[in-house]
Design a protein. Structure first.
Length: 276
């Protein structure tokens, strides 16, 4: 946890940017809940257990960002998910944490919500590689979103709460984290760029696992987990704890890398696109 308290003293621009995120009130704290008072300085998985509405009960989370050459902007990683774990790093039940909120129409919930840009952002940055966004987003909500304890309906002001608003808030928070912790940009800043495959599907160049990890470390002061299929880079995992209700900050990984010493990081296909 020395990283959390070292942020404000660090001089690197990337670290300062992370500190700025920590200083921003979370969405629920901005709104204000007169019926409940939560300490803003509680840190998940530290000290006595806090009210699960004030600090995530499953307070160690991993954001999995994927690099699929067939989907998403050619200059951006897309989201696989944000997955809460127990404070000891154990996975939660595969069926999620709240069967009463195991909605099957998450796409419709997103489209009918007050965040008018969310559906488009989801389609761009959180696409299903199986072609069924509603199935994918529903799976991620039921298995993982329902396990974010601070998003339980009882944690909202009952007068202001709109049914199912926590669904959209979960997905928006993850997209905001993806934008702030821009892995493509962090790799590019360290000279790690996608390469074009040669004939025979052999890449023109490969990078070392340590080069990938060093690029993330230079950006945010922590190591990632890097996941591969064979030697092809598939996902980058960033681990977080939470300050207050929903201010995420990166921590060192609890998982393991699955890549060989040399990694292929291939350009996306022509069907992918670059945003302006």
């Amino acid at each position: 946890m020395k990283f959390l308290f070292g942020l404000l003293a660090a001089g690197a621009p990337a670290i300062a940017a992370s500190a700025a995120v920590l200083q921003q009130p979370g969405a629920n704290e901005k709104r204000g809940n007169p019926w409940q008072s939560c300490p803003i300085d509680a840190v998940s998985c530290q000290g006595p257990a806090a009210d699960p509405c004030c600090s995530p009960e499953n307070g160690l989370l991993v954001m999995a960002l994927q690099w699929d050459s067939r989907f998403g902007p050619s200059d951006a990683f897309t989201v696989h998910g944000l997955w809460p774990d127990t404070c000891k790093g154990k996975q939660l039940p595969s069926g999620g944490c709240d069967s009463a909120r195991a909605y099957t129409n998450v796409s419709a919930i997103i489209e009918s919500g007050t965040d008018l840009e969310l559906a488009g952002d989801m389609a761009t940055y959180w696409p299903s590689n199986k072609g069924d966004n509603n199935w994918f987003w529903t799976h991620e909500w039921v298995k993982h979103g329902t396990c974010v304890s601070t998003l339980h309906p009882r944690c909202y002001d009952p007068v202001a709460y709109a049914p199912q608003q926590e669904v959209s808030e979960y997905f928006r928070k993850v997209l905001d984290l993806r934008a702030h912790y821009d892995v493509y940009r962090a790799l590019n800043a360290s000279g790690i760029v996608p390469t074009q495959p040669e004939s025979g599907r052999r890449p023109k160049a490969t990078y070392s696992l340590e080069e990938f990890k060093a690029a993330i470390r230079a950006a945010w002061g922590v190591d990632p987990n890097v996941k591969c299929r064979g030697r092809r880079m598939q996902e980058v995992w960033l681990w977080f704890k939470v300050l207050g209700r929903d201010r995420y900050f990166p921590v060192d990984p609890w998982g393991a890398d699955t890549c060989p010493r040399r990694i292929s990081y291939q350009r996306k296909s022509e069907s992918a696109f670059t945003l302006p």
